[in-house]
Design a binder for this molecule. Structure first.
Ligand SMILES: NC(=O)c1ccc[n+]([C@@H]2O[C@H](COP(=O)([O-])OP(=O)(O)OC[C@H]3O[C@@H](n4cnc5c(N)ncnc54)[C@H](OP(=O)(O)O)[C@@H]3O)[C@@H](O)[C@H]2O)c1
Length: 240
């Protein structure tokens, strides 16, 4: 019988990352997850995953390496990496200034890149899969009245996702992006609950964290064995 896949979700303590943990556990995978901030969410993750829950701040260069080493030390391999970390920044460029652009590049691009680089060798050994998160509407490089620094950084991440997918293809590693639209959850930005924002979703109603987890699970599965370099919107048509 085939071994269950070993999956690491970075940013697993809440929201979409937590839903990915639920989905992979439901499948019978061996699931590792990380939290950054101490508190109730981290404790809940630890209660679910035990020794497979660890602290990781992608802002600290050594953390990603330590987490990946711990996964492989415990379970011997890594088949899938899901990077759900990435602090949302609402507001305009005028509100936040250029410091926000630097901070968002660190949060959405440099941190996720650290996770991927730390995992690369193990993913190649397993011919595994990676999923990053973008935001709906990256295609076409639209201007943004709000959250421009956040969206610009997500656009940069998309270029890296496509570049990694090219570099890794001959090693059998697939690299994809899933792009949510409006996904309210107990810890999400209050903007996601704004009726005016939700009214702009063509498939009426909010996308759920579980909707994203379903897409992530599929992209990591053998059913998607020939899918790489895509940006898959799971957004009810938001930002079309
Ligand atoms: N929710 C939405 O409406 C929406 C829409 C578009 C795109 N997205 C994207 O989808 C992804 C998941 O969204 P979400 O709403 O579930 O996010 P979230 O509620 O902000 O949760 C993010 C998770 O990542 C962790 N994290 C944040 N920064 C980190 C860092 N530097 N190092 C390590 N872990 C870090 C957080 O840990 P702690 O809580 O422990 O600090 C948390 O577990 C994000 O990339 C987000 O940008 C979300």
């Amino acid at each position: 019988m085939a071994q269950p896949p070993v999956v690491l979700v970075v940013g697993a303590s809440r929201g979409i990352g937590a839903a990915c943990v639920d989905e992979f556990l439901r499948l019978g995978a061996v699931v590792h997850g990380t939290w950054r901030s101490p508190g109730a969410n981290a404790e809940h993750l630890q209660s679910r995953l035990g020794a497979r829950a660890r602290r990781c701040d992608l802002g600290a260069p050594a953390d990603a390496r330590a987490v990946i080493e711990a996964v492989v030390a415990l379970d011997g391999r890594l088949d899938a990496l899901v990077v759900a970390a990435g602090d949302y920044l609402p507001g305009t460029l005028e509100d936040h200034g250029s410091a926000s652009i630097e901070a968002q590049l660190a949060a959405q691009v440099v941190g996720p890149a650290r996770a991927f680089e730390a995992a690369r060798t193990h993913l190649r050994a397993a011919r595994g899969a990676v999923v990053f998160f973008g935001v709906a509407g990256l295609e076409g490089l639209r201007g943004r009245r709000r959250s421009a620094a956040y969206c610009a950084a997500k656009s940069a991440l998309l270029v890296l996702v496509r570049s990694w997918s090219l570099e890794e293809a001959t090693h059998g590693v697939r690299v994809n992006m899933v792009s949510p639209g409006v996904v309210p959850h107990p810890d999400a930005d209050p903007e996601t609950l704004d009726p005016a924002v939700l009214a702009r979703v063509p498939l009426l109603g909010a996308t759920t964290p579980g909707d994203l987890a379903n897409a992530v699970r599929w992209l990591c599965s053998t059913e998607a064995r020939h899918v790489t370099g895509v940006d898959l919107p799971v957004a009810g048509g938001f930002a079309l």
